[in-house]
Ligand binder design. Structure first.
Ligand code: HSE
Length: 303
């Protein structure tokens, strides 16, 4: 057993339009974490970067709770711990900050306890904590992930598309809690909307695996969450329209929002500027990020 582990975990975008709670993509933006088990008899947490003023630095911290689950499972005795977090993933914006925190804690704790859990076991535990698998899957496995809960057990397939695909993410200044964004969803959806989403999700997976990105405009359409959530994101339709006019292959809400994501294989800067400008026109300050697909997922970068 070693005392210290450093891990790097990608941010993620979930749903990708119709693939609600199932499709996710690991993005080239990272949260870094260093965990040291020590004999101080206390927990200390330093946070640098995104969300530092909002994230608890006591036992309530999500990263610590994830670490503790692994320590308790493995029966490792510890006295104190120091956690250093360097966060680049914007907090509560739909880029998987909560999944990144959970996965970072689990992977770091697994590293200091001698890698006793497999990636699949970490994925199942992370899904249990997060409640749905679509952000934790790409955070762990990297690539584009397709996840299901099979009799309560999380199962995932990960792949990379065969051609370049860039993600242009418009990040508005306001935050949106996933719980608030899930609260506006109906308990049931019309049968024809379910069929609509099944056909788009099938086309989406085919388009991504084959590199047939011309299908994305249609394949990203959704009727089971975005129509209900758009009231929470002022200017959503204007941002989507601006992205399309600037050459985007298609757009969607990133995860539970409020980030909006466009897929592109050219004109990325113009698309980002157009999306930000459309948010601005609706009175919302925003910036944009140009991200690629991370193909590794969470990794231990030092011990
Ligand atoms: N699938 C989730 C949602 C992702 O849309 O609510 C956000 O955690």
């Amino acid at each position: 057993m070693t005392n210290t582990a450093r891990v790097s975990v990608p941010g993620t975008t979930a749903n990708c339009g119709p693939g609600f709670d199932a499709v996710g993509i690991a993005c080239t933006i990272y949260n870094d974490l260093e965990l040291t088990l020590n004999s101080t008899n206390q927990l200390t947490i330093d946070i640098v970067g995104e969300g530092r003023e909002f994230i608890p630095t006591n036992e309530q911290n999500v990263v610590w709770q994830a670490i503790k689950m692994v320590l308790d499972r493995t029966g490792i005795k510890y006295q104190g711990a120091h956690i250093k977090m360097v966060n680049n993933v914007p907090l509560a914006r739909g880029l998987g900050s909560s999944a990144a925190a959970i996965v970072a804690g689990l992977v770091a704790a697994n590293a200091v306890t001698g890698e006793s859990m497999t990636k699949q076991e970490l994925f199942e535990l992370a899904t249990e904590i997060e409640g749905h698998p679509d952000n934790v899957a790409p955070a762990i496995f990297g690539g584009i992930t397709l996840s299901v809960l099979n009799k309560g057990r999380a199962q995932c397939l990960s792949f990379m598309p065969p051609a370049k695909l860039t993600m242009v993410v418009a990040v508005p200044e306001f935050t949106l809690a996933t719980s608030a964004s899930r609260n506006v969803l109906p308990k049931e959806v019309p049968y024809k909307d379910a069929v609509f989403n099944i056909s788009r999700t099938a086309l989406l997976v085919g388009a991504l695996t084959q590199g047939e990105f011309g299908h994305l405009q249609c394949a990203l359409e959704d009727r089971i969450h975005q129509p209900y959530r758009q009231q929470l994101i002022p200017g959503l339709q204007d941002v989507f329209r601006a992205a399309k006019e600037a050459g985007a292959l298609g757009s969607a809400i990133s995860g539970a929002g409020p980030c909006l994501i466009s897929f592109a294989n050219q004109n990325e800067e113009q698309i980002g500027q157009a999306m930000v400008s459309a948010f601005n026109t609706n009175g919302i300050r925003a910036k944009y990020l140009l991200l690629n697909i991370d193909n590794q997922g969470a990794r231990v970068v030092g011990q």
